[in-house]
Ligand binder design. Structure first.
Ligand code: SAH
Length: 238
């Protein structure tokens, strides 16, 4: 069943689709009155709904069945990451959304070369909506604006902090030594790596340095491999 995103409230079991979502439904998919679709609000709610009325640029849906929330496996992950070049950032956002990342914080580090502005971040939010529509996820990840790495690490939180570092301890050893709690922050550096000062700052912030082996991975490869390992690997240790 086709999926549509509508973040507004669904009072009286009526959902109005407008803008891009209505255009997708009416002009791209050419759905019409009486057809059934799934609608989700980006906060975890979803429902089966029937198309009740269509206008030129909007469609009215009536909810016929609210669907139970789907449980995500593994810990809640905040991905704190340097930004890869060109389309690789969009790719990272799409895959991180599919893999269930809860929050993505793009960071500025001393050796960063890519600094996305608000327009680029909005495009990334659109990419995460598209990924949610495609993969069946009902809660949108939060995609934050670009921030300083050190400021992000200074936020008060009890979430455990892992720093991806080729020289760190093997990821599986870390997990076996101390089981992960529900919230996890995972930091990925820029192509030039974190500087000694940033590494010192991360250590002071309680960061644990974890490695996926000797190979130097691209930002997005390291991020996604870590996320997949943390969420789906050795579930009994999580
Ligand atoms: N030039 C840097 C590597 C940068 S790669 C160096 O030689 O250390 C970009 C980021 O991806 C790194 O900062 C790190 O966070 C992550 N990364 C790359 N390869 C990794 C690996 N094998 N294990 C863990 N993290 C890795």
């Amino acid at each position: 069943m086709h999926r549509f995103y509508e973040p507004g409230s669904w009072n009286a079991d009526v959902v109005d689709l407008t803008d891009d979502e209505a255009a997708h439904m009416l002009r791209v998919l050419r759905l019409g009155i009486g057809e059934r679709v799934t609608v989700f609000d980006g906060r975890g709610e979803s429902a089966v709904a029937e198309i009740e009325d269509v206008r030129k640029r909007s469609a009215r849906l009536r909810i016929v069945e609210r669907l139970p929330p789907s449980d995500a496996p593994g810990p809640e992950i905040t991905l704190i990451t340097a930004v890869p070049k060109s389309d690789r950032f969009r790719w990272l956002v799409e895959k991180a959304t599919e893999l269930g990342v809860r929050r993505l914080i793009p960071i500025r580090t001393e050796r960063s070369v890519v600094h996305p502005g608000d327009g680029k971040i909005q495009k990334m939010q659109a990419a995460s909506i598209a990924a949610c529509k495609q993969c069946g996820r009902n809660d949108l990840p939060a995609i934050e604006p670009l921030q300083e790495f050190t400021e992000v690490l200074s936020r008060p939180t009890s979430d455990r902090l892992l720093i991806a570092d080729p020289q760190g301890a093997p990821l599986c050893d870390v997990r076996l030594r101390s089981p992960l709690q529900s919230g996890l922050r995972l930091a990925i550096g820029p192509e030039g790596g974190f500087t000694a000062a940033e590494i010192g700052f991360a250590k002071d912030a309680g960061g644990e340095f974890v490695s996926l082996g000797q190979s130097i991975l691209r930002i997005e490869t390291a991020a996604l491999a870590m996320v997949a390992a943390l969420r789906f690997g050795r579930a009994e240790a999580l």
